[in-house]
Design a protein around this ligand. Structure first.
Ligand code: OAD
Length: 249
């Protein structure tokens, strides 16, 4: 494995992709590790436009439970280390892009600038007029939130459901084409297009480093796999990259 330094990176930059594993230690269950059912449904079955049309009360209860949980959790060491990495890259004039598949707001609360490609639990959106609002307080499981702009009876969670297009794909692709280091943290590499970012970065010549508990589905022999808890692996990795890329502390 070649360990390139900043001097080797003609067009360098750091791109980080995170998944549910980075928030697991905070107390938010991942999708595929939990293997559990919610009210007899697989989480994936309630995360679709079809489910929302067929049984909005059920889908709303599912998301209200997840929205309520956010109030009880805090960002962990891995979230905080990525803020450090962002700051150090900025100081060095190196592009830094953090992309998350997570719909929690732990990166945002830690202080990162983040592209939330699957949307955010703490935003609600009107399917009738398109108005979107930040809302962390309406947490009643059985009460819809009406749209203040047009009066529509039920806002939906502003998250990307299966069959919908993730946010920011053009920006993400641009960052990948220019990246020298790509980190994949806490994702099983099972859901596309997010799972494809690793191979795009690899093909673009980036050094690819992967952390999760088990080997993700999209792992390639050329990737530098660092198994273990994100709370331990990511802070060490940020220190290592700080040295490798000669970033100011
Ligand atoms: P998954 O639940 O599929 O994968 C979680 C990954 O995190 C696994 O690879 C675990 O090994 C790893 N993991 C668990 N605990 C960890 C820890 N403490 N430290 C490091 N790694 C840990 O979650 P995602 O890959 O994020 O999409 O799921 C991708 C998408 O599937 C989600 O964004 C969601 C879901 O359906 C939508 O809702 C559109």
């Amino acid at each position: 494995m070649s360990h390139r330094t900043r001097d080797d990176l003609r067009v360098g930059g750091v791109v980080v992709l995170t998944g549910a594993g980075i928030s697991a230690e905070a107390g938010l269950p991942t999708f595929r590790d939990a293997g559990g059912l919610w009210e007899g449904h697989r989480p994936e079955e309630v995360a679709t436009p079809k489910a929302w049309a067929a049984d909005p009360e059920l889908v709303w209860r599912f998301y209200q439970a997840r929205r309520a949980r956010l109030g009880a959790v805090q960002p962990g060491p891995a979230h905080h280390s990525l803020v450090q990495l962002e700051t150090r890259c900025q100081r060095a004039g190196l592009a830094f892009t953090l992309v998350t598949q997570n719909v929690d707001d732990l990166h945002q609360r830690a202080g990162s600038t983040v592209l939330a490609m699957h949307g955010q639990l703490r935003r609600l959106r009107c399917e009738s007029c398109g108005n979107a609002v930040q809302d962390a307080d309406s947490l009643e499981p059985n009460r819809f939130v009406p749209c203040a702009a047009c009066g529509w009876h039920a806002l939906r969670p502003d998250v990307v459901w299966f069959g919908e297009v993730p946010h920011g794909l053009d920006r993400i692709e641009q960052a990948l084409l220019e990246c020298g280091v790509f980190l994949s943290i806490g994702t099983s590499g099972a859901v596309y297009p997010a799972a494809g970012l690793l191979s795009v970065a690899r093909a673009a010549g980036a050094r690819t480093i992967v952390n999760s508990l088990e080997s993700p589905e999209n792992l390639h022999p050329a990737d530098d796999f660092r198994p273990g808890l994100a709370s331990e692996v990511v802070p060490a990795l940020v220190d290592e990259l700080t040295a490798d890329l000669r970033l100011p502390r």
